[in-house]
Ligand binder design. Structure first.
Ligand code: KG4
Ligand code: ZN
Length: 339
């Protein structure tokens, strides 16, 4: 089975070809540099970039995979969640291809696909049910994963996503967007005890999380009480930057690890699956590995951030499970309804 994956939910345009669920023949990702000038993603610019990039990226993806469009079994596309303009560019590109080629179209949930990315790295090792953790620029969510066609949301951030807070703190420290990796690097040599930051708690919602208060605490530590997130940001000494980064990073991940411990205590999960851009953070990976006796699975670094290989992979699984239930005609409505 050869599935083409298309991803355009935010500021990465990506095309991939995956053979038999997990074998990546090609996975091309075009990141839109233009947003770093604005310190965050500008939705209209993102949609226009996807539109310009898809046709040439598809060509180079097929070339690298050494296949033609006629070899494909199905096409899988991110259908939600994401920026509406960006999503509709990808979905309409996919619909055009499927109509022309008479292929089935599979709509894939982007957040679920982040969890699937960890499976692609360890297809034979993962035991279900698994506790799924997605930590990205737009999402911080906790799932019960019974299989990849049975994923249930059990908790999430009520305000900022962890990646978003990393990016905002990085901005306060004058790093370009996206800034998570700079914070991780600085934190390695910082004193995490210097500032007493804490993640938030949501009353009567024991599975949910909150990070906006922590973000504000870092802002006040940098610019003073009642200051705003708008520039200019003060020049800080290297030592202060390192200590702020280490204290912030510890507070974010300790808060998440406490939540995971709480959930695991009252459950029968057999493993932990982690996905999303923040999952590439080594401090976080070590914290999970040392705090829990469960096997913990992460994607390869290049599959942590947004990519179409995870969309093609999860699309293959969904295609297979739909196929078992009913005979599928090319471009059948069963798939179109999911898009
Ligand atoms: O999964 P992704 O591409 O975004 C969404 O789908 O939303 O992840 C991007 C996010 C950014 O916020 C980026 O700063 C963060 O992942 N990130 C990191 C690291 N590498 C990427 N955050 C913390 N530590 C890292 N090493
Ligand atoms: Zn993502």
């Amino acid at each position: 089975m050869l599935v083409l994956g298309l991803e355009s939910s935010c500021d990465e345009t990506s095309c991939a070809v995956v053979e038999n669920y997990v074998h990546i023949l090609s996975n091309k990702i075009a990141s839109q540099e233009i947003h770093s000038y604005y310190g965050g993603v500008v939705p209209e610019l993102a949609s226009r970039c996807h539109l310009e990039t898809f046709p040439k990226l598809l060509k180079s993806t097929l070339k690298e995979a050494d296949i033609s469009l006629n070899d494909l079994t199905a096409i899988s596309v991110t259908s939600s969640p994401g920026l509406i303009g960006s999503l509709s560019v990808g979905v309409n590109f996919a619909k055009g291809l499927c109509t022309g080629l008479k292929l089935p179209l599979i709509g894939v949930n982007h957040v679920n696909a982040h969890l699937y990315a960890a499976f692609m790295n360890n297809p034979y090792a993962i035991q279900f049910p698994s506790l799924g953790i997605v930590v990205s620029g737009a999402h911080t969510s906790i799932f019960s994963v019974n299989s990849f066609s049975n994923i249930k949301l059990i908790g999430k951030t009520r305000d900022d996503a962890i990646g978003e807070v990393f990016d905002k703190v990085a901005r306060l420290l004058n790093f370009p967007y996206p800034g998570g990796k700079y914070i991780e690097e600085l934190a390695k040599t910082g004193n995490s005890e210097e500032y007493n930051f804490k993640g938030g708690i949501i009353k009567n919602s024991p599975y949910d999380l909150s990070f906006s208060g922590l973000k504000t605490a870092v802002l006040y530590a940098i610019k003073g009480k009642n200051s705003s997130m708008h520039p200019p940001f003060p020049e800080l000494t290297e030592e202060k930057k390192r200590n702020l980064s280490a204290s912030f990073q510890k507070a974010v991940f300790f808060s998440l690890v406490r939540k995971i411990s709480y959930i695991l205590k009252a459950s029968s999960y057999k493993s932990i699956l982690v996905g999303g851009g923040v999952a590439s953070n080594k401090y976080f990976q070590n914290l999970l590995k040392t705090n829990f006796e469960y096997p913990v699975f992460f994607p390869k670094p290049q599959l942590c951030t947004d990519n179409a290989a995870m969309i093609a992979g999860l699309g293959s699984i969904l295609f297979n499970s739909y196929n078992k239930k009913e005979k599928v005609e090319p471009c059948s409505c069963a798939f179109w309804e999911n898009v």
